[in-house]
Design a protein. Structure first.
Length: 125
């Protein structure tokens, strides 16, 4: 299954929200991402149909194992890229904003090199 950038963003949002709070609902996702309820509802339905999330009888949303793997990979990219940008002198807000744009398109090879570079340079300081 080919996961779109939009779905990756939703999965990452669910992961981040689930780390901050005990329950995640579509309204929480809307507030976090700044999307309307109908837009989020369509996304939730699609993610549920692709076995990326589960929605219980109380409308609580949890990631499936497949959804968690994708979300964790995107979140790692986001945080590593933001860290690399801040290491270069970019302010935190801009670094996280730019990392969000970069995380979906960067190749695995380039991302691995950035992680290795960052690891070797942050341990020296």
């Amino acid at each position: 299954m080919n996961v779109t950038e939009a779905v990756e963003n939703y999965l990452e949002a669910i992961l981040v929200l689930s780390q901050r709070q005990t329950e995640v609902r579509a309204t929480d996702i809307c507030a976090h991402m700044g999307y309307s309820r109908p837009t989020a509802s369509i996304a939730v339905k699609g993610m549920k149909g692709n076995d990326l999330i589960q929605v219980d009888d109380h409308n609580l949303i949890t990631l499936t194992e497949k959804g968690r793997r994708i979300a964790a990979a995107i979140y790692e990219r986001h945080t590593v890229l933001a860290s690399a940008l801040m290491h270069l002198g970019v302010d935190k807000e801009t670094a996280f904003s730019d990392a969000c744009k970069m995380e979906h398109d960067i190749s695995e090879a380039t991302f691995t090199c950035i992680k290795q570079f960052l690891a070797s340079h942050t341990h020296q300081n």
